[in-house]
Design a protein around this ligand. Structure first.
Ligand code: SAM
Length: 323
């Protein structure tokens, strides 16, 4: 049992008693971003094991969590069979996030109904059946939550990829976003794609039949620029004045820029009220600007998430229905 505590002991003391059900939440840090999650959760952190963070209180918004176990409880068990029965008695579908006693945990998982981990085809709806998460916290102690924020194992969405048409893998960010929000651009809608080159996002939205006005300092890949519903302009996305653009259905930005500059721009678009939906990547420098992230999260009706293929960046989403 090594590497149990990656967080300095004074900040996350080892607990000798388990917190009561209803008094805590478990957060799974996005891979590589445990420190960012710990900063986000602050003084509520109780204990850390690998990427799992126990924090006091009800679930709170946490952009750096890949998944949140909303209703966790500790369950003492005496055997593998008893563990499987305990989980099955709560609900059908469980995902094992193994942190220790891997063999024993795998034997328990084998006794539970199989949950498909096949990649999705873009366009399919996100799974609607609840997927619980569990781990073996101690040899004879389960930590399990039937409710999680994500219906995907560990919050990771895998797709059957298109390795021929999109010119960059960035298209996966839009595929995941549209799957999570359950809607996407449709024919007749207008999308602005700022910071669009080489064209993965533009390719996604244009393939869905919307018209795309794309802007970048660089050109699009020829196969994307040639799509009939794509108009590309070489320039800066910040030069576009929302007062001179009519009604826009989707404001998409994957521009490499300081978060505050992007925040200023989207604030202007929101104030003017002529754009319905926003999907923007918040690009972060070596040192995460948590205050800037919090300013995005504070925009009413919006959320900030770490998508499966986001690296040191977050995705800010605001849909017309949520405002
Ligand atoms: C991560 S890439 C975008 C990838 C793109 N979304 C795709 O799917 O292929 C970031 C892009 O932002 C562009 N960029 C940076 N600053 C910009 C600005 N002020 N205006 C427009 N584009 C900008 C860069 O030229 C670069 O092509």
């Amino acid at each position: 049992m090594k590497d149990k505590f990656l967080f300095p002991a004074p900040l996350a003391p080892r607990r000798h008693s388990c917190p009561q059900e209803g008094s805590f939440t478990v957060y799974l840090a996005a891979d590589g971003f445990l420190d960012d999650l710990l900063t986000e959760l602050g003084a509520s952190v109780l204990e850390v094991r690998e990427r799992l963070v126990l924090a006091s209180g009800a679930p709170q918004k946490a952009a750096w969590a890949q998944n949140i176990w909303k209703n966790p409880r500790f369950l003492p068990i005496a055997s593998i069979g008893e563990a499987a029965r305990a989980l099955s008695s709560i609900q059908r579908n469980w995902h094992l996030h193994s942190i220790d006693w891997h063999r024993r945990a795998a034997l328990i998982q084998q006794k539970l109904p199989h949950v498909s981990a096949r990649p999705m085809t873009f366009g399919d709806a996100a799974p609607s059946a609840p997927l619980g998460s569990w781990t073996l916290w101690d040899q004879n102690l389960l930590l399990a939550s039937p409710d999680c924020t994500s219906p995907f194992p560990d919050g990771m969405v895998a797709f059957h990829e298109n390795r021929t048409d999109p010119p960059s893998r960035a298209y996966l960010k839009l595929w995941e976003t549209f799957t999570l929000i359950g809607k996407h651009p449709v024919p007749g809608e207008l999308c602005l794609d700022l910071g669009s080159a080489p064209g993965g996002w533009t390719w996604v939205a244009a393939s869905l039949g919307a018209h795309i006005f794309s802007i970048d300092k660089a050109p699009l890949a020829p196969n994307v620029e040639a799509m009939p519903n794509v108009s590309h302009c070489i320039g800066s996305g910040f030069a576009l004045d929302p007062r001179h653009v009519g009604q826009v259905d989707w404001f998409l930005s994957d521009m490499i820029c300081y978060p505050d500059r992007l925040h200023e721009a989207v604030t202007r678009w929101i104030e003017l009220g002529n754009c319905k939906n926003f999907v923007c990547t918040i690009k972060l420098q070596a040192e995460t600007d948590h205050e800037a992230v919090a300013r995005f999260a504070a925009i009413p009706g919006s959320r900030v998430v770490h998508l499966s293929c986001n690296k040191h960046e977050l995705t800010w989403i605001r849909c017309a229905e949520d405002v």
